[in-house]
Design a protein around this ligand. Structure first.
Ligand SMILES: [Fe+2]
Ligand SMILES: [Fe+2]
Length: 200
C-alpha cells in the first residue's frame, strides 16, 4: 500500500518510481519478444530506455535519496539502518548493471538468436532487482521517514527533490528527461507505448 503523498519529496519519489517501472516493464516486453524468437522492435527503443535509466535514476534520483533522504533518516533513527545499507549498496551497483545490459544488447545485435537468452535473463534479473529496490524504499523507508523526520528535514528534502535544474550547471534536466520519456512512450510498441504492436 502506498503512502499518501503528504510531502513534495514523497510525491516526486513515487512519480519517479512510476516512470521507472514503466520503462522497466517496457524493457521486459522488448526482451521477452526477442526471447520468444518473435520480431522485436528496433533496438533503438531499448537503447532509449537504457539512456533514461542511466541518466535519470542513476544521476539524479539515487544521489538525492543517498544524500538527503537516507542521510537525514540515519541521523534521526537507527531503526532502518539495515535497509538503508542494502539500498545504498544497490545504488552503487546499479550503474554496473546498466553497462551489463548494454553489453548484452550489443552482443544480441551482433550474434542474433544465440545471444537472445542471456540478454533476456539479464533483463529479468535487472527488473527484479529494481522492483525489489523500489518496494523496499516505498514500504520501509518512506513510512520510516514519515515517522522519524522532523519539519526541518522535510523542508530540505522537499526543496531538493523539487529542484528541476542541475545546481552546478543550471541545466534544466527535468525537461530533457520528460522529452526522453515521451520519446520512449512514442516509439515503444503497444501495449507498453504508443508505437505499432510487435507482430507475432
Ligand atoms: Fe533508490
Ligand atoms: Fe528510489
Amino acid at each position: 500500500m502506498r503512502l499518501p503523498p503528504n510531502h513534495v519529496a514523497i510525491r516526486v519519489i513515487q512519480e519517479d518510481h512510476d516512470r521507472l517501472s514503466a520503462v522497466i516493464h517496457g524493457m521486459q516486453y522488448f526482451a521477452r519478444a526477442i526471447g520468444k524468437g518473435g520480431n522485436a522492435s528496433d533496438p533503438k527503443v531499448f537503447r532509449a530506455m537504457l539512456l533514461y535509466i542511466s541518466d535519470y535514476p542513476e544521476k539524479v534520483h539515487h544521489p538525492k535519496e543517498d544524500l538527503f533522504l537516507f542521510a537525514r533518516l540515519r541521523s534521526r533513527t537507527g531503526e532502518v539502518n539495515a535497509a538503508i545499507d542494502e539500498l545504498e549498496a544497490q545504488h552503487a551497483s546499479g550503474e554496473a548493471l546498466v553497462h551489463e545490459l548494454e553489453h548484452a544488447l550489443t552482443r544480441y545485435e551482433f550474434e542474433g538468436e544465440a545471444a537472445a537468452k542471456p540478454f533476456l535473463d539479464l533483463v529479468e534479473r535487472y527488473a527484479k532487482f529494481y522492483f525489489d529496490h523500489m518496494r523496499l524504499e516505498e514500504e520501509v523507508i518512506l513510512p520510516a521517514a514519515n515517522q522519524y523526520l522532523e519539519a526541518e528535514d522535510w523542508e530540505l528534502l522537499d526543496h531538493e527533490f523539487a529542484l528541476e535544474k542541475d545546481p552546478l550547471t543550471g541545466t534544466d534536466y527535468k525537461a530533457g528527461f520528460e522529452k526522453l520519456f515521451s520519446l520512449i512512450v512514442n516509439i515503444a510498441p503497444a501495449p507498453i507505448g504508443l508505437g505499432p504492436a510487435i507482430p507475432d
